[in-house]
Write a protein that binds this ligand. Structure first.
Ligand SMILES: CC(C)(COP(=O)(O)OP(=O)(O)OC[C@H]1O[C@@H](n2cnc3c(N)ncnc32)[C@H](O)[C@@H]1OP(=O)(O)O)[C@@H](O)C(=O)NCCC(=O)NCCS
Length: 186
């Protein structure tokens, strides 16, 4: 029974269509554009200590995302533009192990390459990922975390109906972060 539900979720999770985006599983060809995105200090400014990532770190990260999907049945989707299939970043679910004080928890997160900012893609991908977590996976609650100052992410959290819970310190980088939450009933 559980296996059937897992298989169904994995089939549904392969590919989510929104109006302008496809959220899909990772492909080998994503490494180059993903590494390019993560080498941009503007993109990485509000992530961890703000440092950019090397190509080899990005390769490991993609493998880690894939293992997460296999082991948990959820993860971060690669996001591509519908008209041309271009990779523009990621959005989806992960476990915020960097913040032990809120565990157990499932986090929704996003990262898009700079040329695609400001067109509503972040919100569109976030809405689809939130619905995947709450409606397809039947999770009771999803959290989202942004560093203080990352106003674009704060705005997305507000727009997708998450409520502010508290501010705390991410001790892995000593930066202040704000936690938002949304549960299935809300
Ligand atoms: C955060 C991010 C995904 C936003 O993507 P996006 O596609 O530009 O987001 P949207 O176009 O959907 O905009 C979301 C809202 O934020 C607002 N916004 C965008 N940049 C903003 C800024 N610098 N300050 C305040 N609000 C901002 C937009 O105006 C929009 O609100 P509105 O619809 O009321 O006008 C993108 O900037 C990004 O990838 N940043 C780098 C990685 C990152 O910080 N990830 C998140 C870690 S928590």
């Amino acid at each position: 029974m559980l296996r059937k539900k897992f298989d169904k979720i994995m089939r549904m999770a392969q590919n989510i269509q929104t109006e302008r985006l496809t959220l899909r599983q990772w492909a080998t060809s994503d490494l180059a554009p993903y590494a390019n995105m993560c080498s941009n200090p503007e993109v990485m400014k509000w992530i961890g200590s703000g440092s950019v990532r090397t190509r080899s770190e990005c390769e490991n990260a993609i493998q880690y995302f894939q293992v997460g999907w296999r082991d948990r049945g959820f993860g971060l989707f690669a996001v591509e533009l519908k008209p041309n299939g271009r990779f523009i970043g990621f959005c989806g679910l992960s476990v915020p192990t960097f913040l032990p004080e809120i565990l157990p928890a499932v986090e929704i997160g996003w990262r898009l390459d700079k040329p695609y900012w400001g067109r509503g893609f972040g919100t569109e991908a976030a809405e689809a990922s939130l619905s995947f977590g709450l409606n397809t996976l039947d999770l009771d609650e999803i959290v989202s975390i942004h560093q203080v100052g990352n106003d674009a992410s704060a705005r997305i959290m507000w727009k997708i109906g998450m409520r502010f819970d508290k501010e705390t310190i991410d001790t892995s980088c000593e930066r202040s972060v704000r936690i938002y939450r949304k549960n299935r009933e809300e």
